[in-house]
Design a protein around this ligand. Structure first.
Ligand SMILES: NC(=O)c1ccc[n+]([C@@H]2O[C@H](COP(=O)([O-])OP(=O)(O)OC[C@H]3O[C@@H](n4cnc5c(N)ncnc54)[C@H](O)[C@@H]3O)[C@@H](O)[C@H]2O)c1
Length: 440
């Protein structure tokens, strides 16, 4: 062991997971955890449940499960809560979302039916395609934040939770640019009292979470907690945060393929991505202002991985187009097509076509689980502010302001595992490996 590691408080007692939005992703997540607890299924896609971590040399044969290596909350100790603008319980919402089969949902119907959403902080101006009545009222945005903080206190008490984390899995809000009211907590709090339009509902949830000492993950591309006022507040309040936008589907494929092209010095002329999607998320994203938020998040990935400034002969001026088309018959079963125009030796052109028949919420649900468990671990390890080691889970990872995000999924995974080794005081793995060939 090279370092002592950090002191990690044990994962004792119950962990509450508060979900903002009880739609396709959230209900697939909760139903999945309940099914896994009953041995109906395995936690496929979850690194915390299925992943391993190598410790020491390759010859040591020491590869524990991640969940045995670091103290994570046990699935049996999880309790769920949610807010939504619709008052349906999780069983009804899961049926509506149409992701999981009724047979499966019926096996966990008791747990799902008992999960009833609290009244949401919502404003139609930020999600134009939705209208619901399970919504809080308050004289200004600060009062709404205070109501959310009271919800957190009540939830914790009513469910006997020792700790709570919050995950935003609600609809994507319209595109917002950072501005002066997002710069400092003083300006932000004044804007809450002033009911300023530049404060979206997601920011009110994030503020309420941080002020309550609750770690916050942002699964959508909204600005939310990616503003100086809230990142600074999370440091001051010792609360870990992370975001933005779960990395699933097409962007997952991009961050798997693009690092491969770059590692072989293959050039790129263009990458055209299109999707058809028929769930509520697709309907919300059909509005240009909401799509713009998603588009920004999806477009950022290739530039950062391919570094056109460093490799102009390979990547200067490549064309990158992303489209999402709302097509109801497909429901949650999205189809994402990629046409990739690459070039190789002597500039000879080649094409790659990817047709990913994916299931959006099936890919996202294990990410919610991992993020909740890792954020709780981070808090018990006294980590605060932006958790860059969780970039692995996001399309547009949050970082310190002076840093560019790391998008390469393989680097992200190494970073995540090295952070776990660091926490436990194990040697970091550099993959140098010269020691295996050293005769001395
Ligand atoms: N499924 C994926 O692969 C994936 C990947 C990346 C990001 N996301 C994002 O995750 C989010 C959830 O996706 P989904 O498929 O579950 O969508 P969904 O439409 O099924 O569920 C979202 C829920 O949020 C609720 N909601 C909207 N605004 C709210 C508010 N202010 N407070 C409380 N509830 C609110 C809606 O009523 C809805 O029930 C979306 O923003 C989506 O873009 C999903």
């Amino acid at each position: 062991m090279s370092e002592k590691g950090v002191e990690i408080a044990p994962a004792e007692g119950k962990l509450g997971i508060l979900l903002v939005g009880l739609g396709a992703v959230s209900t697939t997540f909760v139903a999945g955890v309940e099914a896994i607890k009953r041995d109906i299924s395995k936690p496929i896609g979850s690194l915390t449940q299925m992943g391993t971590i190598r410790l020491g040399k390759r010859t040591d044969n020491n590869v524990p499960m991640i969940k045995d290596f670091v103290p994570l909350a046990d699935l049996d100790d999880l309790v769920f809560g949610a807010w939504d603008i619709f008052s349906e319980n999780a069983y009804e919402a899961a049926l509506d979302a149409g992701v999981l089969e009724k047979d499966l949902l019926n096996q966990v119907s008791e747990q799902l039916s008992s999960l009833k959403p609290m009244k949401a902080v919502f404003d139609k101006r930020y999600v134009k395609r939705l209208e619901g009545s399970n919504v809080k009222e308050g004289k200004n945005k600060m009062e709404l934040a205070e109501q959310l903080m009271q919800d957190i206190v009540d939830f914790k008490q009513n469910n006997g939770c020792d700790r709570v984390v919050m995950v935003w899995a609600a609809s994507t809000e319209i595109f917002l640019e950072p501005s002066d009211i997002h710069d400092s907590i003083e300006a932000f709090e004044k804007a809450l009292y002033d009911d300023d339009d530049r404060i979206a509902p997601s920011m009110i949830y994030a503020y309420a979470a941080i002020k309550s000492g609750v770690p916050f993950a942002n699964g959508a591309p909204n600005l939310t907690v990616d503003i100086p006022a809230l990142t600074k507040l999370s440091e001051d309040e010792n609360v870990p945060i992370c975001g933005k936008d779960f990395k699933t589907g097409q962007t997952l494929m991009k961050t798997i393929l693009a690092p491969g092209f770059k590692s072989r010095m293959l050039g790129l002329d263009g990458w055209y991505s299109t999707n058809i999607l028929g769930n509520r998320d697709g309907e919300v994203l059909d509005d240009p202002e909401n799509f713009k938020t998603k588009e920004e998040s999806k477009l950022s990935v290739l530039e950062t991985i391919l570094q056109p400034d460093v490799y102009p002969d390979l990547y200067k001026d490549f064309s990158h187009v992303v489209r999402i088309n709302y097509y109801p018959p497909r429901g949650d079963n999205k189809e994402g097509w990629d046409n990739i125009d690459i070039f190789g030796w002597l500039g000879y052109k080649m094409q790659i076509k990817v047709d990913f028949l994916c299931r959006d919420s099936i890919l996202a649900a294990p990410l919610v689980l991992d993020l909740a468990l890792f954020l709780d671990l981070a808090q018990r390890s006294n980590l605060k502010g932006v958790q860059e080691w969780l970039s692995f889970y996001f399309k547009a990872p949050q970082t310190a302001p002076e840093l560019y995000p790391e998008h390469d999924i393989f680097i992200q995974l190494k970073k995540l595992k090295n952070t776990l080794r660091y926490l436990k005081g194990e040697d970091l793995i550099t993959h140098l490996g010269l020691e295996y060939y050293d005769d001395e």
